[in-house]
Design a protein around this ligand. Structure first.
Ligand SMILES: NC(=O)c1ccc[n+]([C@@H]2O[C@H](COP(=O)([O-])OP(=O)(O)OC[C@H]3O[C@@H](n4cnc5c(N)ncnc54)[C@H](OP(=O)(O)O)[C@@H]3O)[C@@H](O)[C@H]2O)c1
Length: 261
């Protein structure tokens, strides 16, 4: 089975922490040259240092805030003047939790911009290089809420549905160029994002975070949270030559928690 990514260049958004960092590590282990992008330079530098370089891979980081997409565009254009990208991981911080009845319109607009419009800009910038090299893998880190909305994540549920449809539409348009587009749907994954959601829920119910954690784990057939590396492995597989005929799908990596097929 060919999971070798030597001479492939990957752009991993949100690659400094959590699932993005784990994806960057797995892609680097498969031989890819990885560019990680996020807001915090210090954490990016630390995470860059952790990437595998044993096969001569060349890694770099780029500071960018999805809150200002004109700057993101400029920075990507700058990177593209030096190299093409064959793999794009669309990923960033999740929207703030809360009931949909309490969400204000600005929160929807902000999340739409940081998730869908950011992915659209990055994809349109990277597609010509993917087409020229006859290799493209676009992988979007979304959520199981694409299949089953999650209580207390009103804005997130809404945006994830839009992202799922954006990705499926894109997959039908670029498949003939040998470019695949797939979504990874994380279940409860032990990252900063999960810990802050647990703390917020605990505060709202005036209970200890351990109570919330226990309840969440009891909803997972495997009885535990995912290690981010378990998400990274699936992302790296989808990015590999071995996954060449996997296109336009949603892959839950959730320990079996999602009840729908
Ligand atoms: N963890 C879970 O259980 C879980 C479950 C379902 C879905 N998800 C979704 O999966 C995605 C990744 O989750 P995660 O748990 O890995 O999150 P995380 O630990 O919070 O990491 C988010 C990454 O995105 C970067 N980032 C955040 N805001 C950004 C911005 N405005 N511009 C550029 N980069 C930004 C962060 O770095 P900086 O802060 O330095 O920018 C970091 O590298 C999110 O959409 C999340 O909602 C997670």
């Amino acid at each position: 089975m060919n999971i070798d990514l030597t001479n492939k260049n990957a752009l991993v958004c949100g690659g400094s922490r959590g699932i993005g960092k784990a994806a960057a590590q797995a892609l680097a282990e498969c031989g890819a040259n990885v560019t990680i992008m996020a807001r915090g330079a210090e954490q990016l530098a630390k995470s860059l240092n952790d990437l595998d370089k044993s096969k001569g891979q060349k890694h770099q980081f780029q500071v960018a805030d999805f809150g200002d997409l004109s700057v993101v565009r400029k920075k990507i254009v700058g990177l593209l003047s030096a190299q093409k990208f064959h793999i794009l991981i669309n990923n960033t911080g999740g929207p703030k939790g809360g009931a949909i009845t309490e969400a204000n319109p600005e929160e929807f607009a902000d999340a739409f911009s940081k998730h869908i419009i950011a992915s659209q800009i990055l994809t349109t910038l990277l597609l010509p290089g993917m087409k020229a090299d006859d290799y493209g893998r676009i992988i979007n880190v979304i959520s199981t809420s694409v299949k089953e909305p999650i209580a207390g994540l009103g804005v997130s549920n809404t945006i994830r549905g839009a992202m799922g449809n954006w990705a499926k539409t894109l997959a039908t348009e670029v498949g003939a160029d040998g470019i695949t587009v797939n979504n990874v749907l994380p279940g409860f994954t032990d990252t900063d994002r999960l810990r802050s959601l647990i703390d917020a829920k605990a505060k709202a119910r005036d209970v200890a975070p351990a109570v919330i954690e226990k309840e969440m784990k009891s909803a997972v057939p495997m009885g535990r949270f995912a290690d981010p590396a378990e998400l990274g492995a699936v992302i790296a597989f989808l990015a590999s030559p071995a996954a060449s005929y996997v296109n336009g799908i949603n892959v839950p990596v959730d320990g079996g928690r999602t009840k729908s097929l």
